[in-house]
Design a protein around this ligand. Structure first.
Ligand code: C2O
Ligand code: CU
Ligand code: CU
Length: 522
């Protein structure tokens, strides 16, 4: 170990006094880390030490030839083996399970032919472990993540985040779930084991040889990729054979740009237990729930009143306002991929076929109370009267935020917030600009480094068809900003100074630069 590094680690272990910090972290004007973490910190004592590799693979998806994918594979080097579950036969995964309060080290090795970096979507971690594109590593290199799990129990996920290549890398298969567990949740005794079922919903397009087809033209890039085949947990035509008991479904919209309006085919209300950042105060019943890219839902499904032989479909119902307006209709509606028309955002889809196949006597009931959600008081925000506004808009063919696009390390003056403050941000989907409002495109907005809360959202394009589908009383890290919508969210900037991202999680928009840094200034 060279002396410079040694001093740096010593300084970190002593509480990162600024003088010591400077030795290892060349500071920009903003005090942001610029060095990738290529080796383990000897002063960090992990509870779990994991090797994670991204590499080419081939998996069976459709009948016939295997599909070439990129896939993460993990192995526990030290600590509880249960922290990692690889999912054989699919590109998805692994599934990580960490206890709140655990210290984890993840040694990410990049074995794909593009640069990459791993982002822990939804987790509250220091900037150098957040997977910012400035830390992307080349094939053959390793990035060492070391952080404590501080978040509430919930389902988070991880995926690549190199600039300009997040869309294609997620599309080729790189994504996994990350569960945070904790006592407050275990005490509720919600369905677990086989009765807790992750559902990762994605859409893909395959060629005649069962190989993945990504964007085929520029228009698709502008609206975002939409595939003609729905995959759930990496498989088409998903079926669940279940018993007459209660289940907990952990749903992630892992699609690049597709939006789902989830509902049960027989009109059973959707019972929601939690959102992006964990459980709600109490269960909420909805006729349907709208799930934009990167959003998660924790859903209770009670089959105890059913009989073997019953069937139920998890559908995505029709809705309007998200298919790109007149332009989208012209560009997308008539679009064909491999001789099949591609369902547009808002078209009806079947996602999962649930079959009740056996009797079970388990008689769990829906808890009345779940986990207290502390509401951030609006009065705590320093700018409640004058929120910071972020306009998500197309400028010609270019998606922008406040008229800007991503630049690797730059931050504008209006993107600097103070550590240990609370702010209200106003998110606006401004669809009026381009082509006289013909270009109506939703923007699923995501903020890195924290969980926030929704204060309010205005009606939008397609409002009547979606208005009952938002679960806005839990912790969120991603929200669907429909065309014409204005939303207020409240955020607390705690613990970690540095450069973090906020962006559109339509991955094609993100790759086109609808992403910016914000700086948390100490
Ligand atoms: Cu899930 Cu910045 O991303
Ligand atoms: Cu994220
Ligand atoms: Cu967008």
């Amino acid at each position: 170990m060279n002396r410079r590094k040694f001093l740096g680690y010593a300084a970190v272990s002593l509480g990162a006094g600024l003088a010591g910090f400077r030795l290892v972290e060349p500071l920009t004007r903003s005090g942001t880390a610029t060095q990738p973490r290529t080796g383990p910190n000897p002063d960090f004592a992990p509870d779990v030490d994991i090797q994670l590799t991204a590499r080419p693979d081939a998996v069976p998806i459709l009948p016939g030839r295997e599909t070439a994918v990129w896939s993460y594979q993990a192995e526990v080097l030290a600590g509880p083996q249960g922290a990692v579950q690889n999912l054989p036969g699919t590109y998805l995964g692994p599934v990580f399970r960490f206890q709140r309060g655990q210290k984890v080290r993840i040694r990410f090795r990049n074995q794909i032919e593009q640069e990459s970096v791993v982002h822990w979507h939804g987790l509250h971690v220091p900037q150098e472990y957040d997977g910012h594109p400035r830390f992307a590593i080349k094939r053959g290199q390793t990035y060492v993540y070391e952080f404590e799990i501080k978040d509430r129990p919930g389902m988070y996920w991880f995926h690549p985040h190199p600039h300009g290549k997040t869309g294609p890398q997620v599309y080729r298969g790189l994504a996994g779930l990350l569960f945070v567990t904790g006592q407050e949740e275990e005490a509720l005794d919600l369905p677990s084991g086989d009765a807790e079922i992750p559902l990762v919903i994605q859409d893909r397009t395959f060629d005649r040889n069962n190989q993945l087809v990504y964007l085929t033209n520029r228009m698709q890039r502008m609206t975002g990729f939409l595939g003609n085949t729905i995959l759930v947990n990496g498989k088409p035509e998903a079926e669940l054979n279940l018993a007459t008991r209660a289940y907990r479904l952990r749903v992630l919209n892992g699609s690049n740009s597709r939006i789902y309006k989830l509902a049960w085919s027989d009109g059973t209300p959707v019972t929601v237990l939690g959102t992006d950042g964990g459980l709600l105060d109490a269960p909420v019943q909805k006729p349907y729930v709208v799930l934009g890219p990167a959003e998660r839902l924790d859903i209770w499904l009670d089959l105890s009143g059913r009989t073997p032989g019953d069937e139920l479909l998890l559908k995505s119902l029709r809705f309007s306002g998200a298919s790109g307006g007149m332009m989208g209709g012209m560009m997308g509606g008539g679009m064909m991929q491999r001789g099949q028309s591609v369902p547009q955002n808002g078209d009806e889809l079947t996602l999962v076929r649930v079959r009740v196949t056996r009797k079970e006597s388990e008689k769990r009931t829906l808890p009345r109370q779940l986990s207290p959600v502390e509401r951030i008081p609006v009065a705590e925000a320093r700018n409640a009267a004058r929120p910071r506004t972020f306009r998500f808009a197309m400028r010609g063919m270019q998606p922008t935020i406040n008229g800007r696009t991503f630049q690797m390390t730059s931050v504008a003056d209006d993107e600097v917030v103070r550590l240990n403050t609370t702010e209200v941000w106003e998110l606006v989907n401004d669809s009026s600009g381009m082509m006289g409002g013909m270009m109506q495109i939703p923007h699923p907005v995501h903020v890195h480094g924290l969980q926030f809360q929704v204060l309010e959202r205005s009606p939008s394009a397609g409002w009547e068809s979606i208005k009952d589908g938002f679960v806005d009383n839990g912790w969120k890290d991603s929200v669907l900003l429909m065309p014409g919508m204005r939303m207020k969210i409240i955020l607390r900037f705690r613990d970690y100074p540095g450069l973090f991202l906020y962006h559109c999680h339509n991955l094609e928009h993100e790759d086109l630069g609808m992403m910016r840094n914000y700086l948390v200034k100490a």
